[in-house]
Design a protein around this ligand. Sequence first.
Ligand SMILES: [Zn+2]
Length: 711
Amino acid sequence: MPRPPIVALSAAAGALLLAACSSTPEGEASQASARADAQPDQRVAQRQAQRQRRGPQFGAVDDGARRVTGVQITDIFAPLDLPDPDEMRLGSGAPGPDWWQQRCDYVIDAELDAEARRLEATMEVAYHNNSPHELDFVWLQLEQNLFRNDSLGTQSRTPGSVMSTDLGAFEGGYDIPYIRSGGSELEFTVYDTLARVELAEPIQPGETFEFDLAFGFNMPPHLRRMGAEDVEQGTIFEYAQWFPHVAKYDDVHGWNTLPYIGNGEFYTDFGDFRVSVTVPRDFIVEATGVLQNPYDVLTETQRNRLDSARSSDETVVILGADEVGTPGARPEGDGPLTWEFAAENVRTVAFAASPAFIWDACKADVTNLDGTTKTVLCQSFYPKEAEAWYHDREYPEGRQGGSSQYIKHAIEFYSEWLYPYPYAEMSNINGPEGGMEYPGIVFCGAKTSDQGLFGVTDHEVGHNWYPMLVNTDERRYMWMDEGFNSFINIYSNQAFFNDPSYMRRGGAAALARVMNSELAQASNTAPDRHWPRWVGSLNYSKPAYALHLLREIVLGPERFDDAWKAYTHRWAFKHPQPSDFFRSMEDAAGADLSWFWRGWFLSAATLDQSVRDVTEIAEGQAGITLENLSDMVMPVVMDITFDDGEVVRRTVPVEAWGASNVWRVPVATGERSIVKVVLDPDIKYPEISRDNNTWEAAPSDAPGEVADATE
Ligand SMILES: [Zn+2]
């Protein structure tokens, strides 16, 4: 099926504008007319004579497939048109000496009215303008306004997307009675999920702007990253993207004011948070960060059990199934309790609250960057309906405690491979949301199933590296968090299940169907502009699989890991753009990968390698002619079978395609002949047509005898 040429699919993303290339190169026509002048017999004779003069022919084959004039995409190898580097974002892909980023600290006091399912809160904000710019106004992101019936997200939703289109009579969105600074009210105007706050005076570079506000909202009746679920012993509340936060001001876009429509998650500054949540006394609360007042909200038994969990590889029950709802499970007294949490250097905070929570925990061991060690508390909160969270899997050592053990595995695996997990705790909450990630806390909906629970837990915990640590713009570049995370999940799964072949999100064949669809888009497309059914494939599976191939086939694990770790360490607690990622990987791997980024991330290219023929090109030497029939290029991996039964694996680097889409590989055959050639024998590539990957000699045909029949 014809594929569109590689054009500026990423245009709206802003940072990476690709020059469109012509799909009808001028050279084609003139070559075709020159060929028409000669009779077929004459042409064959001319070519044979030419070939005798030049000797054996292999390498790039010039038969109209040259890249400069060829029939395929011609610029797959051209340098990417990236923004000019400067002293903030260097040509090496690292942050430079002029790096700056904003910071924003929050103190939030919230009270949950569980009956009314309403949250009321006050909030103090300290916004640190570390930019060299004067700011005349401040933009807030008001993500709860997505749940209004007239929101952009509600009105623009297509059937089959993640959120229902009709909220019925529900009144969602924020009430914000005031925003004030220094005691004076500030004017603000709400535009859907954004608000522009007017300032009495501009915020100067280096200045901290302090303001405070109040807000309240009703829990939406349906899910989108947060919600409420009724279980037998009470309701589980999950709150995420729940407080008005300052929009991210950066060097690339200024204020990042893309609205919250649904697919694009968030892009925020790091900051310190102090969050207190007041709930009915029988509730257990867990939030991003560390509980500050255990003496107020936990019993002595629970505090002691938590202490032992901090040094235990085995899961310790903090609040058992038989204790939920009993008087002894809560501190004595009457009235609501306020739970206080503190979190440092996080992108946001989320929390969950319920009287139905069972609670267990264990520790993970992490080696810090300076070589010292620490333990991370891995906690799980779930209702009795999800008791599989404890009994999900029995370890060879007899250990129990599925969810907390899965967290422990993920924290230890990713810390060792990528970057030490930076926080003190990680919690997994079972409730209405199927799978969402926030710093130090994740929501996983799976209540049963062995691999399902591991997979979603591992994935959501993995997000604490991308994008909670390496802070990318999720509203524009979903592939930089979902794709990167899905990629690292491949290896965490393989390690956990001790199965090096495990591919969590499907293999080459499934991906080929996605890439060959007429609905295919570049992964580097804002997620709210992806066709709803393809959000998962283009942001999770495809980029993850691409990186897997880059590691295993293009660069090799060692070279890839050096580059991947360099990217992660350079950009930890900073915010890279796609161009920084591309540059940093090339810089640290020592490789020009323009063709890879363009083929896999910046276009909807497809891959179709084929073996055209096998001919004798000299005494004892055969030539295997390979053809790249579509617009993506990849190295070639092939198995060559000789008539004595020996199978030899040969690889051809991607550089072979640099000049032509036809390449002839010389193979020393000696007395033998080649009877079979199979490209991509391990089925690692998403080949859109695999039937042309195999060449087999007809029983009566020795390879040399078919030479000219294939011209
Ligand atoms: Zn994810």
